[in-house]
Design a binder for this molecule. Structure first.
Ligand code: HEM
Length: 131
């Protein structure tokens, strides 16, 4: 290879490897319970000396945001078509929006429906006293 050439590993292709992730296109979060992937097998934030410095913050934000949304809302995809990846700098992202519709508030058994959880919000929502 000639000097000055830039070489980038492709994180997307790594995460599509059938030998590491059987049925890689399937959404199977349980695969992360079944085994622990090495930093050379799973690297959403890159690897080595120049890996993402925002990884911990990003994970924290994603857990908070996703948990809040999933605890409170029922969502459904608008389109069932597979999402196409598109290059976004070093990473890949969905080409276009991934539209969802909100079907309603959370399920009846959801934790946020437990008595007392929404007390403050419902108190605020009370109409002004009509005296
Ligand atoms: C889901 C969210 C994020 C993903 C998937 C992500 C992914 C990445 C990846 C793949 C790299 C390249 C690593 C490499 O070259 O090996 C990178 C670098 C970087 N990321 Fe993130 N990142 C995320 C969020 C953030 C956040 C929240 C911040 C800052 C608060 C951040 C700051 C940076 C910086 C400064 C670099 C360059 C590090 C360097 O070149 O030394 N990232 N990120």
């Amino acid at each position: 290879m000639s000097p000055g050439k830039v070489v980038n590993g492709c994180i997307y292709l790594l995460h599509q490897r059938e030998d590491i992730y059987p049925e890689p296109k399937q959404f199977k979060p349980d695969r992360f319970l079944a085994r622990k992937y090495s930093p050379y097998e799973f690297m959403p934030f890159g690897a080595g000396a120049r890996s993402c410095i925002g990884a911990a913050l990003a994970m924290y934000e994603m857990k908070l945001v996703l948990a809040t949304i999933l605890l409170n809302y029922q969502l459904e995809l608008v389109e069932r078509r597979p999402v196409k990846p598109q290059r976004l700098g070093l990473a890949l992202a969905p080409a276009g929006d991934v539209k969802m519709v909100m079907l309603g508030r959370c399920l009846p058994f959801c934790a946020s429906r437990a008595p007392g959880r929404h007390r403050r919000r419902s108190r605020q929502a009370k109409p002004l006293a009509a005296t």
